[in-house]
Design a protein around this ligand. Structure first.
Ligand code: G1P
Length: 285
């Protein structure tokens, strides 16, 4: 079984749910406490053993690449002033470890992943949607890689969603369960509650086999008139092992205003530096 060494980050989305914050700033640069969403996702991937981060970007997303580049002027000035460069450490990668490809048109998540096919090549890969901030120890992708090393094939992160919210998620037709792992028998993108096969939703972490790339290149448009990753994955079911892993931890949907505010509170409270003051303020409130 080939190890999972590469991760695709679809980051070309316009972020219309977070306007006006995202008018000129990529939504993946929205900040939770002191780091942008993209950095949480990249750190989660690195912890899971990922060696190459592949950003699928679009126009106006240059800040994401700059964030993982060396900021020469900033570093030189900080050094000259005797300031520690420690806060920048998590943004440092060897040359070639963070690469970008462009999604020229917003044709859907499946299309975004397909845009990375040449960089991914013939090996399994992860997909991380940075809007979904996953908090756990070990991290969500590390938990998925651990499961992958046992069962192989394809693994999506699964989470029970509110019955009235199925139309916001890919929904799983569940098969046999074994602890946190559920066999995936079918997948449908954003079904209405009355048509949903279950309330087990797919959240933004995936481990996929490279065969999906050819499928994504050939499938037509699905829900919302977009090329859907869910439809490509559905076509793999039956040909390769396919599981959902219920992750041990919390998910914050930071593409949603409420989710974003809650994520700042949750992660702020959990931090040694700012946590005590935030907690005292909340208690007072
Ligand atoms: C995407 C996927 C969907 C998945 C969701 C998780 O939808 O298409 O299957 O459940 O991410 O966050 P989006 O939120 O981009 O509309």
């Amino acid at each position: 079984m080939k190890p999972v060494r590469k991760a695709v980050f679809p980051v070309a989305g316009l972020g219309t749910r977070s306007l006006p914050a995202t008018k000129v700033m990529p939504k993946e640069m929205l900040t939770i406490v002191d780091r942008p969403l993209i950095q949480y996702a990249v750190e989660e991937a690195r912890e899971a053993g990922i060696e190459q981060m592949i950003f699928v970007t679009g126009r106006g997303k240059g800040a994401l690449e700059d964030h993982f580049d060396i900021a020469y002027e900033l570093e030189a000035t900080m050094k000259a002033r005797g300031k520690s460069l420690e806060p920048l450490e998590a943004t440092r990668f060897p040359p070639g470890a963070v690469v970008s490809v462009r999604q020229q048109e917003p044709l859907g998540l499946g299309h975004a992943v397909w845009c990375a096919r040449d960089v991914v090549g013939d090996e399994p890969f992860a997909v991380l949607l940075p809007d979904d901030l996953m908090v756990g120890r070990p991290g969500c992708l590390a938990q998925m890689v651990e499961a992958y090393n046992k069962v192989g094939g394809n693994i999506v992160c699964a989470q029970d969603v509110a019955p009235e919210r199925t139309a916001s998620y890919g929904i799983i037709t569940p098969g046999a369960r074994d602890g946190r792992l559920t066999e995936v028998k079918g997948l449908v993108e954003k079904p209405k509650p009355e048509e949903a096969p279950s309330t087990l939703g797919v959240v933004g972490r995936y481990i996929l086999q490279p065969e999906i790339m050819e499928i994504l290149g050939n499938i037509g448009k699905g829900a919302g008139g977009e090329i859907q990753l869910t439809d490509g994955m559905a076509a793999l079911i039956g040909t390769q092992p396919f599981h959902g892993l219920t992750f041990d931890g919390d998910r914050h949907d930071c593409g949603d205003r409420t989710g974003f505010v809650i994520a700042n509170l949750a992660l702020g409270l959990a931090r040694d530096d700012v946590g005590p003051a935030v907690r005292a303020y909340l208690a007072d409130l």
